[in-house]
Design a binder for this molecule. Structure first.
Ligand SMILES: Cc1ncc(COP(=O)(O)O)c(C=O)c1O
Length: 364
């Protein structure tokens, strides 16, 4: 069996599927990169070759998202969860901060925020078990808050929203770990966007930050340097050794997206994949069910349950045998989940929906 045939359809929520083309490029370059006589893994981040790579990756990301000049782009570490803590440390230590709760991850960000700031719930859909987004009229926003924190795509609950009320001068800080680069985005609506890389960007170990430069003036000078966004920005994300291989792969993913036609093309494919899967779920006569209010269904993470949970194990076993990987739902909600990030082709979703239809016919 050759390597292409052996690769299964991977629906992992993260670390997630990467474009095969990107992996092949990295494979080809693994022993020797750009005439340097060594792998990118073995070279200094301060050397000319890596510095060029870093610039190219940032430029490519800026083109994709049309990032305005007055926004800095940082390539940091710690996973998104480190930033749940760094955000209040940098922008709201001892001050007020608003959080909108729409699922598991926004709740985690809020709890962490509460250790450092006067974190407050401005709106929550917890009462619905996070199957919707609180209606704008119910958002109780504090005009004196240091920021409002949103999670536009809840990876576990499968809830997604990209619209929000006008928040005036209060900066919006958004955890876009599982939606960034899935569609075009108006960066200017946000004070800061951050995203763990291991979904649509690259491998784990890298966190991308896009933030308005004026906000950096708010970072307290008393913060330890390594925790200070201002210091990281001043040093071009090289205050300490960055995750060089993750940065390299992220650059390749950005270039791949550009070659595919950019975020408009990602949007077209992602819409199609989501439509296919939700249609299969909704058209199954109740065999499968997705609980999320249709207007807020995620394009990236689709949780679904089987009406008869005693079939769960069999479903997963048979799916695996059909080359459909990582469909087990998160332990917090159970059931199944298919993550449909950029690197998951439409054909993978077709294979999944064919399997689901067949499974339902045999067991319904
Ligand atoms: C939306 C969101 N935020 C935060 C996290 C936590 O990311 P990390 O494990 O990189 O800290 C995840 C992980 O899946 C996520 O999906």
């Amino acid at each position: 069996m050759n390597a292409i045939v052996a690769r299964a359809h991977n629906f992992s929520a993260g670390p997630a599927a990467l474009p095969e083309e990107v992996l092949r490029e990295a494979q080809e370059e693994l022993l020797e990169w750009r005439g340097e006589g060594a792998s990118v893994l073995e070279l200094s981040h301060r050397g000319k070759a890596f510095m060029r790579l870093a610039e190219e990756a940032e430029a490519s990301l800026r083109r994709l998202l049309a990032v305005p000049e007055d926004y800095a782009v940082l390539f940091l570490q710690g996973g998104a969860r480190l930033h749940f803590a760094l955000i209040p440390m940098n922008f709201a230590a001892g001050a007020r901060a608003d959080y909108v709760l729409t699922g598991y991850w926004s709740e985690k960000a809020f709890k962490e925020g509460g250790r450092i700031s006067e974190a407050r719930v401005a709106a929550s859909s917890k009462h619905s078990r996070y199957v919707t987004v609180p209606s704008f009229s119910a958002w109780d926003l504090d005009p004196g808050a240091a920021y409002v924190h949103l999670t536009p795509n809840e990876t576990i609950h499968g809830v997604e929203f990209h619209d929000f009320p006008d928040l005036g001068a209060v900066p919006v800080i958004a955890d876009m770990s599982s939606t960034l680069l899935s569609r075009p985005l108006e960066v200017r609506r946000y004070g800061m966007i951050y995203a763990g890389a291991q979904k649509n960007i690259g491998p784990a170990g890298l966190v991308l930050l896009i933030l308005r430069r004026d906000l950096l003036e708010r970072c307290p000078a008393t913060l330890p340097e390594i925790l200070s966004y201002r210091r990281h920005a001043e040093e071009g994300s090289m205050l300490n050794t960055p995750p060089t291989f993750a940065w390299y792969l992220a650059g390749k993913v950005f270039a791949w997206i550009e070659r595919q036609g950019g975020l408009e093309e990602m949007e077209r494919r992602n819409r199609r994949k989501a439509e296919l899967l939700y249609a299969a779920i909704d058209g199954s006569g109740g065999f499968y069910r997705n609980p999320v209010e249709p207007a807020f269904r995620s394009w990236m993470n689709v949780p679904f349950i089987l009406a008869d949970p005693s079939l769960d194990e069999l479903f997963l076993r048979e799916a695996q045998a059909h080359g459909l990987l990582a469909l087990k739902g998160h332990r917090a909600v159970g059931g199944m989940r298919a993550s449909l990030y950029n690197a998951v082709p439409v054909a993978a979703v077709e294979a999944l929906t064919d399997f689901m239809g067949d499974f339902a016919r045999r067991h319904g």
